[in-house]
Design a protein around this ligand. Structure first.
Ligand SMILES: O=C(O)CCC(=O)C(=O)O
Ligand SMILES: [Fe+2]
Length: 300
């Protein structure tokens, strides 16, 4: 494997070069010791290591979910939030698509991040204190919200935000029911064990376009066909309050939502404090802090 060096940090995962290149994963999936007690069972840690994800039927109880739903409604209807640069609108309908940094915009979501059921699992999996690299609500309103094309989050976080290692985990918590029809999350189980470096240089200010529709960092049809044939595709459904934990290098995406039923989930990305961001590995400039944090204060 060829490696290059950015600010004295070895690039373990080359990407955005002339060609697509697969690199075996160089990092553990579960960093915590299996004997360290925590909310995740040893069996679930093993499954996470194997599959790259962990689904939880009810992370948040129904009576608690109501509070988060009210806050979601408040955020997505507040004109000040809509005008904020942290809100991304759908290219067609101009409805709110995502709101970033919800844990800073909203005390209600800040509380969710600090909740031991949430941060406790992240600490246990990553084997250290953790901070929030990114948080967002993906609203996916009904009647035509667009999906998220296949990608590995880590590919972007490494290339554009400068995360050196795969020591990052996301949780997607359903705030509305995720049916098999309204654009739920899909993951290729086992895909997290290989890093797919994508072809093509990163344009300056790539993030502005990629938040509406990803282009740089997109796998080829050939690679996706091979991976989907090998790994299959799993769709995640569940009631409001259910959650999916997934490794940063899972190949994942979701379809459009043409049903009348919104699919609104909050995503929280925890990174280890021992894996803080350096300079981007494959982009001319780093993305704004509301997308890739530079404040590494641990969640307490
Ligand atoms: O909302 C979804 O279905 C997927 C979102 C996603 O992959 C992302 O925000 O990186
Ligand atoms: Fe993603």
């Amino acid at each position: 494997m060829t490696t290059t060096t950015t600010t004295n940090v070895t690039d373990l995962y080359p990407t955005r070069g002339a060609t697509e290149v697969a690199t075996p994963r160089q990092d553990p999936v579960v960093w915590g010791s299996p004997d360290t007690p925590g909310p995740v069972s040893a069996g679930d840690l093993q499954a996470l290591d194997r599959d790259g994800f962990l689904a939880i039927d009810q992370l948040i109880a129904p009576d608690e979910v109501a509070e988060y739903q009210r806050e979601l409604e408040r955020l997505t209807t507040d004109p000040a939030i809509r005008a904020d640069e942290r809100s991304i609108v759908e290219p067609q309908s101009k409805e709110i698509r995502s709101v970033f940094e919800v844990h800073k915009i909203s005390e209600v979501f800040a509380k969710l991040v600090r909740d031991e059921r949430v941060v406790g699992r992240a600490r246990q999996i990553l084997g250290s204190d953790v901070y929030v690299h990114q948080s967002r609500i993906n609203v996916k309103p009904g009647f035509g919200a667009s999906g998220f094309y296949w990608h590995s989050d880590f590919e972007t976080w490494h290339a554009e935000d400068g995360l050196p290692h795969m020591r990052t985990i996301s949780v997607s918590i359903a705030l509305t029911e995720n049916y098999d029809t309204n654009g739920g999350l899909m993951i290729m189980p086992g895909s997290h064990k290989t890093f797919l470096g994508c072809a093509g240089a990163t344009p300056k200010d790539n993030y502005k376009k990629s938040l509406q529709m990803q282009d740089a960092g997109t796998p080829s049809d050939e690679a996706l066909t091979k991976m989907a044939s090998e790994y299959g595709i799993k769709l995640f459904t569940g009631k409001a309050g259910s959650a999916t934990w997934f490794d940063c290098n899972c190949m994942h995406g979701s379809g459009d939502n043409i049903t009348p039923f919104p699919r609104s989930n909050v995503f929280i990305v925890f990174n280890s404090v021992e894996n803080t961001a350096v300079q981007p590995f494959a982009a001319p400039i780093r993305r704004p802090e509301f997308i890739g944090a530079r404040d590494f204060t641990p969640v307490r």
